[in-house]
Design a protein around this ligand. Structure first.
Ligand SMILES: [Zn+2]
Length: 463
């Protein structure tokens, strides 16, 4: 449904692409107010929004219906045996179901007993055909249901491992047979937008995004802007992401499909693209990677001492340039390779303590010092990938407290890693450009349709 709609809007969207910069930058803030209003209404509809108001629900990103609430809503009925029966086996009204939540300490035997069946029956079930034996592996948090016929005989067992995976055991003349059933969630695209007042985090919350989506969004744009230093009041974001449904109920969110961020006067658009090798990543509509060849920050931490070539050394108390940036975080925090490359040095290096130096291409090196420990396998000559953990924050060497000292050097000269111009990651190769254009045109079309009229698209896609 959505696909069809996107296709019919391709021409429209192609036109919209051309004006995206100007139109987008002028988006009035009244637009945002309107969306927030519909959030409030949405919250009230929460109980049966899935059935009665899918359009409003869909269009606005539905805050409050994060994975937690959604999960509760869809699991809760199962706790009641009657509901569970109607929910999972509507086609077999003559089976009477009893459902139990599995808690730690429960055994298969004790659960059978609770349901009124002895160990002999239990054994006949787990010695059944197919995957019936898997019933022996129970975990707290799962749910088990026993189905009996009119004569009180056990005829079916369902072990619900998760919302998507169940072990179903049924009785035929010859005995019990088990089979694992894995369901595919239904994926619905959802639009959300917001204006940043204080922080991206708060604005994203207000727009109904959960923490994972917010982290993902900051990951996508974290390559082009620094969310701590560059964000200004009035910056805006818009994104289309996936919501995952089972039985018409939302239970989780999926990937971000497209996103746009307006930061001061610059606009950034990112589109998810899966290349012909099956690798998915975010690109600009022109096919440039959203990534840089280097992470701006190699650790999830705050700056404790900036790059400063005039600095007085805290331990030696003499003017000694600080040729790197220090980051403070709890000891043991993972340190990531800023870029892909090869290990040039791994070990103890005087005042630097436990240190790793990476060589990237011919002229760039990065250095990570004072580690508590170096990650397994990080040895001289090892190849590392960008983002791979190479060690853990510590206080080895000459330090006043635990921190990471990080250096970025070009041809041996120390550069400020926070401001140095970073080379781009590889763009879409020309051999794949036609495929890329075709795939992303649809993404962009979908994005633009949502932006122009979220309500209309949501109604169309819920039909
Ligand atoms: Zn330092």
């Amino acid at each position: 449904m959505l696909k069809n709609l996107s296709k019919t809007h391709i021409t429209l969207a192609a036109a919209a692409t051309a004006v995206i910069t100007t139109a987008a930058l002028m988006s009035p803030s009244t637009d945002v107010e309107a969306k927030r209003m519909s959030y409030a209404i949405d919250l009230d509809l929460q109980g049966d929004a899935g059935k009665t108001a899918p359009s409003a629900h869909n269009a606005t990103g539905s805050p409050g219906a994060g994975p937690d609430t959604a999960q509760q809503a869809s699991i809760a009925p199962g706790a009641n045996a009657g509901n569970a029966a109607t929910q999972t086996e509507p086609s077999q009204p003559d089976i009477d179901w009893q459902a139990f939540d599995i808690k730690s300490g429960d055994t298969l035997s004790s659960l059978f007993q609770k349901a009124g069946f002895n160990d002999a029956i239990m054994l006949s079930v787990i010695h059944g055909e197919g995957e019936a034996e898997k019933l022996q592996r129970l975990y707290a948090g799962e749910k088990i249901q026993f189905g009996t016929n009119d004569e009180g005989q056990l005829v079916a067992i369902e072990l619900k491992r998760s919302l998507l995976e169940s072990l179903k055991i049924t009785k035929a003349d010859e005995g019990f047979t088990g089979e694992t059933e894995v369901r595919e969630p239904e994926i619905r695209p959802v639009f959300a937008s917001g204006e940043i007042d204080d922080s991206l985090y708060l604005a994203a919350r207000e727009a109904g995004l959960n923490d994972r989506l917010t982290m993902e969004m900051s990951g996508i744009f974290g390559w082009v802007i620094d969310f701590v230093y560059d964000i200004r009041k009035g910056d805006r974001f818009e994104l289309v992401y996936e919501e995952l449904y089972v039985d018409g109920k939302k239970f989780d969110t999926g990937r971000i499909l497209s996103a746009r961020l307006v930061n001061r006067d610059s606009e950034h658009v990112a589109l998810l693209y899966t290349d012909s090798n099956g690798d998915a990543d975010y690109y600009t509509p022109q096919g440039k990677s959203m990534r840089k060849a280097f992470l701006r920050v190699p650790i999830n931490a705050r700056v404790s001492s900036p790059f400063n070539l005039q600095r007085r050394h805290p331990v030696l108390d003499v003017v000694r340039p600080h040729e790197g940036t220090d980051y403070a975080a709890p000891p043991g925090t993972p340190i990531k390779a800023a870029g892909s490359g090869r290990v040039k040095f791994s070990g103890w290096k005087g005042g630097y303590g436990r240190t790793v130096i990476l060589q990237h291409g011919d002229n760039i090196t990065t250095l990570y010092a004072h580690m508590r420990g170096i990650a397994r396998g990080i040895k001289n000559g090892t190849r590392v990938k960008q983002g791979e953990t190479i060690g853990y924050l510590g206080s080895s060497g000459m330090v006043t407290g635990p921190h990471l000292h990080y250096e970025f050097r070009i041809n041996g000269a120390a550069k400020n890693s926070r401001t140095v111009k970073l080379p781009d990651a590889k763009p879409i190769p020309s051999s794949e450009m036609a495929r890329f254009k075709q795939a992303t045109e649809q993404r962009l079309a979908q994005f633009n349709v949502f932006r122009e009229d979220p309500q209309q698209l949501a109604m169309a896609s819920s039909e």
